[in-house]
Design a binder for this molecule. Structure first.
Ligand code: AQP
Length: 341
């Protein structure tokens, strides 16, 4: 079975974008793939996290994975810091990746903002840690939202350069075609980039100060309905065709969300709602979003009531992740030329 790796940061406010761009895709892949789904707490601390909130948010992402339908007995759910190989391989990859490559990363520029001198060194090398997450398991497929595409391309470059840099020892150890597989991004569906409800040019994001900008997975029916009702739109009714929709960012966003929640495509939604006013479409969207999301929120709350069980699931996942990672890390050390006992 092809091996899938992906992660979500425990930085609070898990939202519809994380759900449609990533978590629903994780669920869909689990029948045909061996999947590792990681709560990436090492990534989270690249921006300071209150320690108690980090602990809570780690359990919350775990609960979201399970509530959305990932089976932790079949797939591996764990938090990154419990498998030390992520940090160890990241160091090696820090020494493979080039500064020029990192300088091109748009997410760093966005997150560091104007006060770049004050960004953590970790935020800068974040993409190297992400490459390590994937390569530590020789994962071949990585389901992510559109915003992670650039980091995935970098991970491929890092894998390729590692295969070249260590070609001599890789050949000696007989890994035909290189040691690290080049990971493929899996970015698909009508909602790979869910936009903010307040500004159709910005992605829906955990760190947006406006709670109205996003639907949180823990929102109740009233909050979902209120946020959709207040979501920014243009005054025109819904179009009948997908063509030209990209010029209407807010409309495109809501139609894409509807399609993704219903498991269909935008043109199918427009066949049903083309010509309808947004007020009517928003009511239908609120109903659909409530139907799909509130059971997940309820299940998350139920799971979170038993943190000991969540921690047990994470520990079990971590020990299974270790079993895959440890031999790969050992071979990586051999290839680099490190002596190990
Ligand atoms: N708006 C989005 N639309 C589609 N997919 C999205 N993802 C995030 N936002 C959207 C995808 O969710 C997965 C987990 O994201 P993350 O938590 O690791 O990091 P992030 O991209 O930094 O998430 P946020 O919400 O945007 O947080 P902040 O506000 O801190 O920047 C990834 O697969 C991501 O693509």
């Amino acid at each position: 079975k092809p091996r899938v790796f992906s992660g979500v940061q425990p930085t609070g406010n898990l939202h519809l974008g994380n759900y449609l761009g990533a978590i629903t895709r994780f669920v869909a892949l689990q029948d045909e793939h061996e999947c590792l789904y990681c709560v990436v707490d090492l990534h989270a601390i690249t921006v300071f996290q209150d320690p108690d909130e980090l602990t809570h948010n780690t359990r919350e992402v775990t609960a979201a994975f399970i509530a959305a339908g990932i089976d932790p007995t079949r797939q591996i759910i764990f938090n990154q810091s419990q498998v030390s190989g992520h940090a160890e391989l990241a160091w090696i990859l820090n020494c493979v990746a080039r500064l020029g490559w990192l300088n091109r990363m748009t997410q760093f520029k966005e997150k560091a903002g104007k006060d770049r001198e004050n960004a953590s060194a970790g935020l800068y090398v974040y993409p190297n840690l992400m490459a390590a997450d994937i390569l530590l398991y020789h994962a071949t497929h990585v389901p992510v939202g559109e915003d992670q595409k650039q980091h995935l391309e970098l991970a491929r470059d890092i894998a390729q350069k590692s295969n070249n840099d260590f070609a001599k020892t890789i050949a000696r150890a007989d890994y035909p075609g290189g040691f690290f597989p080049l990971p493929e991004p899996l970015i698909a569906g009508p909602a790979t980039r869910v936009m903010s409800f307040r500004d159709g040019t910005k992605k829906m994001s955990k760190s947006d100060p406006s709670d109205l900008s996003r639907i949180n997975l823990t929102d109740d029916a009233d909050a979902i309905a209120k946020k959709i009702k207040k979501a920014k739109t243009d005054p025109e009714p819904l179009p009948s065709e997908v063509e030209g929709l990209e010029a209407r960012a807010e409309a495109d966003n809501l139609i894409g969300i509807y399609a993704a929640l219903q498991g269909t495509q935008k043109d199918v939604v427009l066949r049903q709602y083309g010509g309808a006013p947004f007020s009517k479409f928003k009511e239908a969207l609120a109903e659909l979003a409530t139907e799909k999301l509130t059971p997940i929120g309820d299940e998350m709350r139920r799971l979170l009531a038993d943190p000991v069980e969540i921690d047990r699931i994470l520990a079990d996942g971590a020990s299974r992740a270790h079993a895959i990672a440890d031999p790969i890390l050992a071979k990586t050390k051999d290839i680099v030329g490190f002596i190990r006992s």
